[in-house]
Design a binder for this molecule. Sequence first.
Ligand code: PA5
Length: 453
Amino acid sequence: MGILSLAYGAAFTDDVTFAGLEGLAPALKEGDAWLRAGAAEGKEGFGWMNLPRRGTDDVQALARWLATRESIVQVGIGGSALGNLMLHGALLPPYWNEIPKAKRGGPRFFMADNVDPADGRAVWDLIDPENTAVVVVSKSGSTAETAANFLFFWEKLRDALGSAGARERVVVVTDKEKGILRPFVEETGCKSLVLPADVGGRFSVLSCVGLLSAWALGIDCGALLAGAAEMDDRIAGAGSLLDNAAWVMAGLNFLHINKRNVTVLMSYADALERFGEWFAQLWGESLGKDGKGSTPVRALGTIDQHSQIQLYTSGPDDKLYTILTVEGKKDIVLPAAQEKSFEKLAYLHGKSMNGLRNFEAEATAAALSKAGRPVMSMSLGALDARHLGGLIQFFEYVTALTGFLLKVNPFDQPGVERGKDYTYGLMGRDGFAEQAREVEALSAKIGERSVAA
Ligand code: PA5
């Protein structure tokens, strides 16, 4: 049985036609060959394609130790955080940290990604340092937010447990040589994993970055990787365009981009809310270059039906929509009401809550189509490790392939780097004085006119 299906009959408009999609077949084939050659040659950025089949013994060994902890605090941001949150959100029961320990069967998990003193302190107050592990993740090993949060937790651990006790409870996940974290590992002798050099931050969820905490919390990462490998086989470039859901999706996104440079992913499952955030980074950072790209919007059904659908159906025609549904295993059968005043709710009696949710998704797709808005409906067979692994590989591939069609490099992020360098300059880091001067000049321009209220 397949992993997902994509219905795209309502994705065409006056300017984006079926013939136009078919015409992209040679370019998509070329893009697929480009990606596979890059991965085979170990080119920087292309390594995510190999992750489903790479060895994971070192990750599993460390995850077994991590699983014995009462709490895990992960310090990281962007691609060093969003993938973990996405995996946990999709595959662990809701309210994980609130579940009693015996029932939970794995450590609590806290993410320290943003720089917010209130958050860092709150996490510290919730954990017992003795029974905690701090996992610091940074591909570059130098991101200011991650460095600041790690300095905070490292000092707290040292104060509570002494240097040796702190060191035993820290795991570093970073590049083999770049940044300041690798020298820290050498200096302190703490545990560490190497982030593969050919895998970029936002494509790293199926590397030790995402797998370490997921395995420790009891997620079946073997099935996750097998699902990703299976998807890779399914979308490998041999067959025809119309047999390849990833090619159809990349092709349609590419064709719509001129007129509709917003792509909305509307998931109908709370467990996929974080998937939308992970996707937004993947899509935005990979494609937003050289004046090109499309703005990712994450929406959650049914909540956003009561917030955004008015805009989607009747606002500007500048968006392509993907409605993502999943067959839910756990269901609620709606009870019969006793009260006379609820007579008019009889239509709900005996119906399934998952059924209601999927009808809502269908209704939304229909309403968009009725309004002449291009919409695709994607259905995931189930929300388990195999299907999620497949979904991740699918979206990474679609993103990279769309980058190829747009003729942008999907694997770099100069805009992100500039922001990081400006921050280093403002914070007085050695070697970034020029960036500090540049920010000063730009801030002066921003402040040239101001008004108060
Ligand atoms: O995708 C990327 O490369 C970035 O968004 C990074 O994930 C993010 O900036 C964090 O970087 P790092 O892992 O180097 O600390």
